[in-house]
Design a protein around this ligand. Structure first.
Ligand code: TYD
Ligand code: ZN
Length: 413
C-alpha cells in the first residue's frame, strides 16, 4: 500500500489510468524503444486530506536539460505573470532592498516583472534549457532543485528572502517537506511564501481529468496546504483564486503568527468541508463521471472518423498525454497536434506517438475537427486561429464535457 507523502498514512487510489508515459516526454523515432511508463493513479489521504499520486516518477526523469515546457508561449500567461509580480511587489517587497526567490522559474516569465522593477531576485530551476532562456534575458538564476539544503545555501550567499514565489511548481515536488523546510529557513520572519497551483476543487468541478499526470504529484486544497504548512511552522494567511490553467488557487503563507490570516482562509476551508473536497465520496464520484466522459469522447471521435472526416489536435499540452492515452487514441485517430513550442515540433507525443507540427502546418492542412488540448487557452487560440472556423472547421473541447462547438455567434456563415 503506498503511503501519503505528507503524513505517511496509507493511500487508497480512487482512479487508475494504468501504465502511462511521462506527459512532457516528446520523442524522436529512435527513442520509442526505450519509452518509460509508470502506473498513474491518484489517491486521497483520508487522514490529512492531501490528494496525490500513489506512484511517483523520480524528479530527475521529469525535470532535466531537455524539459519540453516553456512558460512564455502564451500571451495570456505573460499578462497573468506580470500582474502576479505586481501583486508580490505590493504585498511583500516594501523593504529597502527587497529580495525575491522563485522556485522553478522556467524561462523567467514571472521573474521578468521583478527584474523590470529593479528588484533583487534569484530563480532556481533544475531544467538547464529553459533556465538558459531566463539567463539570456539577463535574469539572475541558479540551476538545481529547491531543497532545504539549497535554500540554506541561498540564505547564506544572498541573505534571507522577503518573498519566495512559485507557480505550477510546488505541486510537482514529491519531497514537499524539503520545500517547506527550505522556505522556512530562507524566508525573513515577516516574509511571504506565495505560490499557485491547479486547485483540486476546480478539477473536481470541471471533470478536468487531464490535469492528472506524472508532474502533478499533488492536487492542493486550502485544507491540505495549511496542514503541510503547520508542520513547518507556517500558515496560510490569504487565498486568491486565479483563472489560469483551468482554475488555480494562489496561497499566501507566512511564519505562524506573523500575519493575521484573512477571512478568506476560513471561508475556503469551510467551503471545502461542505463541498466534500476532502472526502473520499467526491473522488469516487469524480472517477465515475470522468469514466463516462472518456467514453463520450471516444464515441464522438469514432462517429467523426466513421464519416471519413479528419481530426487533428491543438496544443501538445502535458494534459493531452493523459486524455489521449486514457482514450487509447493514436495517429489513426488524431493525425497530428499543432503546437507553437519549437522543441515539441517534429517529435512524437508520449505514449500515443502522434506527430507534433507547427501552427503553420495546421493552417496549411486544416482538419475537419480540431480537438483543443490547450482548453485552458481557449480564447487566445480560437482568436488566433479564427481562420479555421472561417474555413468550415469545428473545434471540440472535452472539459467539463465533450462539446462539438458550433461557430461563434456573429461569425460569418
Ligand atoms: P499549458 O496550457 O501550460 O498546458 P500543460 O501544462 O498541460 O502542458 O501549455 C500550453 C501548450 O499549448 C504549450 O505546449 C504551448 C501550446 N500553445 C500553442 O501552441 N499555441 C497557443 O496559442 C498557446 C496559448 C499555447
Ligand atoms: Zn496524509
Amino acid at each position: 500500500m503506498p503511503a501519503c507523502l505528507v503524513c505517511h498514512d496509507p493511500l487508497e487510489p480512487f482512479l487508475s489510468f494504468g501504465k502511462m508515459p511521462l506527459a512532457d516526454a516528446f520523442l524522436d523515432e529512435p527513442e520509442l524503444a526505450h519509452e518509460f511508463f509508470f502506473t498513474l493513479a491518484p489517491g486521497l489521504c483520508a487522514a490529512c486530506g492531501m490528494v496525490q499520486l500513489c506512484e511517483r516518477v523520480p524528479d530527475a526523469r521529469m525535470f532535466h536539460d531537455t524539459y519540453a515546457y516553456y512558460s512564455s508561449t502564451s500571451a495570456g500567461m505573460r499578462r497573468h505573470f506580470a500582474a502576479f509580480a505586481d501583486q508580490v511587489r505590493r504585498r511583500a517587497l516594501g523593504s529597502a532592498d527587497p529580495f525575491v526567490v522563485e522556485i522553478g522559474c522556467n524561462d523567467g516569465i514571472l521573474l521578468d516583472g521583478f527584474a523590470a522593477a529593479g528588484v533583487r531576485h534569484l530563480g532556481v530551476d533544475p531544467a538547464g534549457n529553459v533556465l538558459a532562456e531566463a539567463a539570456r534575458k539577463g535574469l539572475t538564476v541558479q540551476q538545481g532543485f529547491f531543497t532545504e539544503r539549497s535554500a540554506m545555501d541561498i540564505a547564506a550567499a544572498h541573505g534571507r528572502a522577503d518573498a519566495i514565489v512559485a507557480a505550477n511548481v510546488v505541486c510537482h515536488v514529491a519531497d514537499i517537506h524539503s520545500v517547506f523546510a527550505g522556505v522556512r529557513a530562507l524566508l525573513k520572519p515577516a516574509g511571504l511564501f506565495i505560490f499557485e497551483d491547479p486547485y483540486v476543487g476546480a478539477i473536481l468541478e470541471q471533470n478536468a481529468l487531464d490535469q492528472i499526470y506524472d508532474e502533478h504529484v499533488f492536487y492542493f486544497s486550502v485544507t491540505s496546504v495549511n496542514r503541510v504548512a503547520a508542520i513547518h511552522g507556517l500558515e496560510v494567511v490569504d487565498v486568491a483564486p486565479q483563472p489560469v490553467h483551468g482554475g488555480e488557487l494562489r496561497y499566501y503563507l507566512g511564519v505562524r503568527g506573523a500575519h493575521a490570516p484573512s477571512r478568506a482562509v476560513d471561508e475556503w476551508i469551510e467551503r471545502e468541508r461542505a463541498s466534500g473536497v476532502v472526502s473520499p465520496a467526491a473522488y469516487r464520484d469524480f472517477a465515475v463521471r470522468t469514466g463516462a466522459l472518456r467514453q463520450r469522447l471516444i464515441d464522438t471521435v469514432d462517429r467523426i472518423l466513421s464519416k471519413r472526416h479528419r481530426i487533428a489536435g491543438y496544443g501538445a499540452t502535458a494534459k493531452s498525454s493523459t486524455i489521449i492515452n486514457y482514450c487509447g487514441f493514436g495517429p489513426a485517430e488524431i493525425e497530428y497536434i499543432a503546437d507553437v513550442t519549437p522543441g515539441k515540433q517534429g517529435k512524437l507525443t508520449p505514449g500515443a506517438h502522434v506527430p507534433v507540427r507547427a501552427p503553420d502546418f495546421f493552417r496549411a492542412h486544416y482538419p475537419d475537427y480540431a480537438l483543443l488540448f490547450a482548453w485552458n487557452h481557449e480564447k487566445e487560440i480560437l482568436e488566433k486561429e479564427a481562420g479555421f472556423q472561417a474555413a468550415g472547421g469545428t473545434w471540440i473541447t472535452y472539459v467539463p464535457d465533450v462539446k462539438v462547438r458550433s461557430r461563434p455567434p456573429g461569425a460569418a456563415a
